[in-house]
Design a binder for this molecule. Structure first.
Ligand SMILES: C[S@@+](CC[C@H](N)C(=O)[O-])C[C@H]1O[C@@H](n2cnc3c(N)ncnc32)[C@H](O)[C@@H]1O
Length: 280
């Protein structure tokens, strides 16, 4: 990792980390699926900021939607910015530029953008109000704010077994507890409307959608993600250190995942809340 491990991080403990397993999850994302609530509002020539852009898989689709306008992607993590630059170069998205930065102290002048968007950032950034205040500051008056975040308690694993469910005995519930212990906001998707009101935005439209895992390929991907990321030492050690799970629980969940995968009715869906609003 090229990051200087000694410098203060804007989001002190980012739960998901930057390993290859979770990156595969981000690589499945695109603007059509993840920014469907925003795309109808985008026009050629707009200046758009994608905050917490990660490896840029959503950003490049947003860049297309505003071309020949400019897409700026910002993320606190240099490795993600390098991947986003590579994705933009490979796809010929010449109007997309990426730079490192902190969502609570953006490197842009006031009123720089027509649209400021984030996807799966507010779930992780501890100070929601500080991020939204920065999003508002860099927006032009009348500009559009947009966010899409997970709703932990409305996401589902069927049959629940020990994998799904929101209690501390379930793998998913314990993940949400870990996210909260790291300063994150596991229910942010359903809190977006209130958060945008509190931040002074108007004309707010909120909605919700599911990301479904149904086919054998989808379920195999999910199995690989849970095994390779959640059951990996980095995540397990963090959960155990925070006292939100024990090694014995992880062993049990590992066995339950195998059982869950063999269920003919196995189905999972992550719930997302999305909202747009205007800077008055
Ligand atoms: C779950 S990833 C989402 C990436 C991308 N938006 C997507 O949905 O595919 C969250 C990203 O937010 C970034 N992030 C978290 N806190 C941040 C902060 N305070 N400032 C800038 N980026 C931040 C992380 O580095 C990470 O790349």
């Amino acid at each position: 990792m090229s990051r200087d491990e000694t410098r203060a991080e804007p989001t002190p403990t980012y739960t998901m980390g930057y390993g290859p397993e979770f990156r595969k999850m981000l690589e499945r994302r695109n603007a059509a699926d993840c920014a469907a609530h925003l795309l109808p509002h985008l026009e050629p020539g707009m200046r758009l900021l994608d905050l917490g852009c990660g490896p840029g898989t959503i950003s490049v689709g947003l860049a297309d939607a505003v071309a020949p306008g400019a897409l700026h992607g910002v993320d606190m993590e240099e490795t993600q910015i390098e991947m986003a630059r590579a994705a933009a170069a490979a796809g010929g998205h010449a109007n997309a530029t990426f730079q490192t930065g902190d969502a609570t102290a953006l490197p842009f002048e006031d009123a720089s953008f027509d649209v400021v968007h984030c996807h799966a950032l507010l779930n992780h950034a501890p100070d929601t109000a500080a991020v939204l205040a920065e999003m508002r500051r860099v927006l032009k008056p009348g500009g559009l704010v947009s966010a899409r975040e997970v709703i932990g308690d409305s996401s589902l694993f069927e049959p629940a077994l020990a994998i799904g469910g929101t209690g501390r005995d379930a793998a998913w519930g314990t993940f949400l507890t870990l996210l909260r212990a790291n300063g994150g906001h596991p229910q942010m998707g359903k809190e977006l409307k209130g958060a945008l009101v509190a931040a002074g935005f108007t004309d707010i439209r909120a909605g919700a959608s599911f990301e479904s895992y149904n086919s054998a390929d989808d379920l195999a991907f999910l199995n690989g993600l849970i095994t390779g990321w959640y059951f990996a030492p980095r995540t397990m050690e963090a959960a155990i250190a925070h006292g939100v799970a024990s090694e014995a629980q992880f062993d049990g969940w590992r066995r339950s995942l195998e059982q869950w995968m063999s269920e003919p009715g196995a189905f999972a869906a992550f719930a997302w809340g999305e909202a747009i609003g205007r800077k008055p």
